[in-house]
Write a protein that binds this ligand. Structure first.
Ligand code: ADP
Ligand code: 5GP
Length: 218
């Protein structure tokens, strides 16, 4: 494979799943790592499709056996990326995309500095709250305390944006999808995407990113 490892993180509700699923219809050769988690399946989720659903005991056994490239506790549940996901993508000749939280991303960035890390930001706290509420209505899980916990979590996670190579603000969906596609294609060597990808580098976009971070600290 080109063998590129893409890491994507975002505060919950920023639109990461929406973006990633659109990206996968536009870009070929991108394998999606299926994580292990101890949380229960939601809605129509199936074991082996969205996640491998497992018990805390089994997860802890895998931690001891060094089966994870990274793992973390997120909102009270364990989540982890199996080392075997990397091996599998390599065998298939594909790039691998990890959709993981900030704690896990920092572990991977540290272990594999060549990984391409992308952080997705919501445009503002107001928009994030609206998206979290809309989604919770759609999933019939309208628990205000869960939404408030996720908003508070976002504040902390956003501060880590500078650890990532790229960052994009998911305001207008089509634009964010184009930016994400440009990053992937540029990292694969396509010079046509260089300008758009460069504008998403964390250092190049710092003024825009700082404005979002400030709105979250108010
Ligand atoms: P995440 O995976 O980051 O938790 P989701 O992809 O589930 O977030 O998106 C949260 C909600 O916001 C969903 O209802 C989704 O349809 C909506 N959404 C995502 N991106 C946008 C966007 N750019 N504009 C408006 N709504 C969006
Ligand atoms: P959800 O339960 O909403 O699917 O995911 C909650 C959070 O866990 C998201 O931020 C998601 O990116 C993160 N996550 C999913 N899989 C992994 C993983 O394997 N490792 C880590 N560290 N985080 C993960």
């Amino acid at each position: 494979m080109a063998g590129i490892l893409f890491i994507i993180s975002a505060p919950s509700g920023s639109g990461k799943s929406t973006l990633v699923s659109q990206l996968r219809t536009l870009v070929e050769g991108l394998d999606f790592s299926i994580s292990y988690t101890t949380r229960a399946p939601r809605g129509s989720e199936e074991n082996g499709r969205e996640y491998y659903f497992t018990t805390r005991e089994e997860f802890e056994r895998m931690v001891k056996a060094d089966d994870f490239l990274e793992w973390a506790e997120v909102f009270g549940n364990y989540y982890g990326t199996a080392v075997s996901a990397l091996r599998h993508a390599k065998e298939q000749g594909k790039d691998l995309l990890l959709d993981i939280d900030v704690q896990g991303a920092l572990q991977v960035i540290h272990k594999m500095p060549q990984a391409v890390s992308i952080f997705i930001l919501p445009p503002s706290p107001e928009v994030l709250e609206k998206r979290l509420k809309n989604r919770s209505v759609a999933e019939k899980m309208t628990d205000e305390s869960v939404i408030q916990k996720r908003l508070a979590g976002a504040r902390g996670e956003l501060k880590q944006v500078w650890e990532y190579k790229y960052a994009l603000v998911n305001d207008v969906l089509e634009n964010a999808v184009e930016e994400m596609k440009a990053i992937v294609l540029y990292e694969r060597g396509e010079q046509d995407s260089a300008e758009l990808a460069a504008s998403c580098r964390t250092d190049a976009a710092s003024a825009k990113l700082k404005a979002v971070l400030e709105a979250f600290q108010e």
